[in-house]
Design a protein around this ligand. Sequence first.
Ligand SMILES: Cc1cc2nc3c(=O)[nH]c(=O)nc-3n(C[C@H](O)[C@H](O)[C@H](O)COP(=O)(O)OP(=O)(O)OC[C@H]3O[C@@H](n4cnc5c(N)ncnc54)[C@H](O)[C@@H]3O)c2cc1C
Length: 432
Amino acid sequence: MSRTIHIVGAGLAGLSAALKLSGRGEIVVVHEATAFAGGRCRSYADAAIGMTIDNGNHLLLSGNRAALDYLRDIGAADRLIGPAEAEFHFVELAGGERWTLRMNDGRVPWWVFDSRRRVPGTHAFDYAALARLLWPPAGKTVGEVMSCQGPVYRRLVEPLLLAALNIDPPAGAAKLASAVIRQTLAAGGRACRPLVARDGLSATLIAPALDALRRRGGTLRLEHQLRAIRFASERVEALDFGSDTVALGADDAAILAVPPYAAASLIRGLEVPTEFRAIVNAHFKIDPPPGQPPILGVIGGTVEWIFAFPGRLSVTISAGDRLIDTPREELARTIWTEVAQVTGLPADLPTGLPPWQIVRERRATFAATPAQDLKRPDAATAWRNLVLAGDWTNTGLPATIEGAIRSGNRAADLIAGRPKPSHERYRSRPTY
Ligand SMILES: Cc1cc2nc3c(=O)[nH]c(=O)nc-3n(C[C@H](O)[C@H](O)[C@H](O)COP(=O)(O)OP(=O)(O)OC[C@H]3O[C@@H](n4cnc5c(N)ncnc54)[C@H](O)[C@@H]3O)c2cc1C
């Protein structure tokens, strides 16, 4: 008799697990609490600016192997766009100095020896400080491992780590920063081309995944929130959705791909990250001026990154907890003033600000501190037919699309490796 794999949570972790398993011929049912798939990576029609926008600008890099494999699998790899080479445009808010960081393709970083490619005001030997992050001692913060001062830090390391870890970098786990540096700057320009979803997150990462899942016979049940898990001694025997209960047969299995606070409420005693950091996005309905780079890093402002889309400029501010309680109009005005300053657009339009929207995701990611990183559980659980997935599980990476997809792949591998019921428990640690 064939078995069914129940996947709870239709974020990228749950969807990647569902795609892997349905691709191997398994019967898959995905249960999602809300009315839409995508979780923290989604688009929606916004009434305030009359456009479909993303909950937040998401940046991928060409070295995000699992994410690119996922996109190829669902036939959407061409929906990511980016420059042919690894180049990052920056502007200093005070004074307006501009530069473009241009990494060479290979692993040997000769770009640091070229003053036209590296950060202005730096010397090649300044970059040697980054080596400290490659093999950091366990349990240390970035601030304990390297100096968080000087132009290389301020104009390169800080914006990179702030975006990747979503925490003030000196407080971030050096282990996670190390994973980022190894997979970006140390991997060479070939791994660092910045990529964005041309037509939005849902059209790129979610809708094609749902189509592929449907073609493979998988089922998606929206507005089907898991309320409780019924455990037997070694296995999960039922999933309780409130209005209905799904009994798990002897061969059936479940993947819990929900956020950490939801997982902890469903599994008593599960240790999970408990602190979070916000991400703030501001969207302005206005045509980007001619020559505006697709992604522009802003140094020394409230604004950190400006993304240019057709008919819209969007701003990302990581570790944005300090802005959570700022009145929306005040925040929109502050952000627009900086955007106007660096783009040359008028600070005051005849209508005031362009139509705008602010999206504040309070629990955008877990707080990437050493203490919170230690709380991340492995995918395997004490129950032989229950596996965890999510960007907050022990992937070795910060909370990112790449981490979420790797966690889903890992959960699928664990399930697939156990086609028959067994009295063994999962013991292996993930090898991401
Ligand atoms: C504003 C913002 C900007 C970001 N920028 C980037 C970026 O630039 N680059 C990058 O790589 N990453 C970025 N990220 C991180 C990235 O979005 C996440 O790492 C990824 O989407 C997490 O996927 P997930 O599947 O692990 O979790 P989630 O997306 O949280 O999915 C969990 C799903 O479980 C569902 N659920 C919860 N409880 C239940 C229940 N009881 N029953 C059923 N379903 C349930 C939820 O509704 C949700 O759909 C950003 C995140 C945010 C919020």
